[in-house]
Write a protein that binds this ligand. Structure first.
Ligand code: NAD
Length: 314
């Protein structure tokens, strides 16, 4: 699948919709962003400016880069659409109303990929005339930077719709993670939530400073995780005997660690500790710019094939 010559419609031009738009435009697609907010065009241009150097650093084509276009409503749609990304606010009633209006103006077999982080795709499908074409295609934020998209269907999703969505996301250079069933938070956010639960517990209990807990990830686990996954790490810990040796040596010990893991609440005292910890950090804009500058270098260094690199990262 090539995206050149294809028309992609994105519903919602906020953080995620505008981020998706930058990816699709850079991959050569004609990209239409439907958003009635008069401020959407400004936001889109701002995110486009942030995304451009990141996409270049990732080696995605820039010569074909055509700016996404804003349309205020579906009545302004003037071209056949090949694929739809839904990136509307996380509200079920709003999404289902928008899907109903969308089904009036696109063919029955045009795939729609919802970016929803937490809503059930099966619930979203209940009012649809052609629910078989709805999938979840969940990006990590920002979509122009992170290589994975989580793909999952609902009760009524057809396998062909999942396959077509996977092919489109792969043409963007994404690594598609397929889930065999719906689960709140999909894969990435569930894993993140599991780790963050323990990070919050350790901060709330005063085991270490928020800064040291952050560094345990950015300097401890993070660099290794860009290259080896969490089970592979223990496979390596077993030496030539691999994970079987690790289970023999430390399997029972790991279960004891699991039993001691915390179950914190985000109560006001805990929030205060974390808020104070973040106050010692840089302002969010500065941190986001640092992330956008550095993560493409980590991605390219850890896996030069992570994106279909047309040119080497600078
Ligand atoms: N923010 C994240 O980190 C993140 C990450 C992954 C997935 N998501 C998911 O992506 C989706 C969008 O989240 P977001 O953070 O971009 O939200 P957002 O509030 O930044 O953007 C939503 C956009 O939709 C527009 N909109 C509202 N009603 C509309 C309508 N009827 N038609 C067209 N546009 C309309 C708004 O004007 C706004 O620009 C949500 O489902 C969310 O769960 C968010």
């Amino acid at each position: 699948v090539t995206l050149s010559g294809k028309t992609i419609l994105i519903l919602g031009g906020g953080t995620i919709g505008a981020g998706w738009a930058a990816c699709f435009a850079a991959a050569g697609a004609r990209t239409l962003v439907c958003d009635p907010d008069p401020a959407a065009a400004g936001r889109l241009a701002e995110i486009q400016n942030k995304a451009h150097p990141v996409l270049q650093a990732l080696g995605l084509p820039s010569e074909q880069d055509s700016a996404p276009e804003i349309i205020p409503g579906l009545a302004d749609l003037n071209a056949p659409v090949d694929f739809v990304v839904e990136a509307l606010p996380e509200r079920m009633a709003l999404k289902t109303a928008a899907l109903a209006a969308l089904e009036d103006v696109i063919p029955a077999d045009t795939v729609i990929a919802s970016s929803s982080s937490g809503l059930s795709v099966s619930d979203m499908q209940t009012g649809m005339r052609h629910p078989d074409r709805l999938v979840i295609g969940h990006p990590c934020n920002p979509p122009y930077l992170m290589p994975v998209v989580e793909l999952v269907g609902g009760a009524a999703t057809a396998p062909w719709a999942l396959d077509r969505a996977a092919a489109i996301f792969q043409a963007l250079g994404k690594r598609v993670l397929r889930l065999n069933r719906e689960l709140p938070g999909h894969l990435v956010n569930r894993l993140q939530a599991a780790l963050w639960r323990e990070a919050v517990h350790l901060a709330a209990e005063g085991v270490a400073s928020v800064g040291d807990i952050e560094a345990a990830i950015t300097k401890g686990l993070g660099p290794r995780w860009a290259v080896v996954g969490p089970t592979e790490i223990f496979h390596l810990a077993g030496g030539p005997g691999g994970i079987a040796k690790f289970f023999d040596d430390l399997g029972d010990e790991v279960e004891r660690w699991w039993e001691s893991l915390g179950d914190p609440r985000l109560d006001s005292a805990t929030r205060a500790i974390l808020t104070e910890g973040m106050a010692a950090s840089k302002p969010p804009e500065e941190l986001a710019a640092h992330r956008d500058a550095m993560v493409p270098r980590v991605i390219a260094a850890a896996d030069p094939d992570a994106y279909p690199l047309k040119s080497k990262p600078q």
